[in-house]
Ligand binder design. Structure first.
Ligand SMILES: [Zn+2]
Length: 117
């Protein structure tokens, strides 16, 4: 069975990655969870577990994380629109500022088109 020994780390990291992806799934980060789990094992799980939840969003009033379907912020009790991405709402419309470094190329292309370039 000596010839199969090289498979152990490969198999092991796949298992670690799968567990990481299960943890990441709850946070909307399945791919990242797999990667971190496969590379770092239990430390990677911790990173994903403690990391930001991509499925939740920030309250526009108090900047605390809330559930994506929440209508009322559990922290400041103000009304928020469910399902609306908190980041994009400010950057839409014809008067939107040009995209910054974290804007995607797609957004940039759309912005260029809206300016008639
Ligand atoms: Zn709030």
């Amino acid at each position: 069975m000596e010839s199969l020994e090289y498979l152990v780390p490969v198999f092991g990291s796949t298992i670690l990655g799968l567990i990481g992806s299960i943890i990441g799934k709850h946070k909307g980060r399945t791919g990242a969870g797999f990667l971190f789990g496969a590379l770092l094992g239990p430390i990677g799980w911790m990173v994903i577990w403690l990391g930001p939840n991509m499925r939740s969003r920030k309250c526009p009033f108090c900047a605390e994380w809330v559930q994506p379907d929440a209508r009322v912020c559990k922290h400041c009790r103000r009304d928020i629109v469910p399902g609306a991405p908190s980041r994009a709402s400010a950057a839409s419309g014809p008067t939107a500022a040009p995209p910054t470094v974290d804007g995607t190329i797609q957004q940039y292309e759309r912005w260029k088109k809206s300016k008639g370039w």
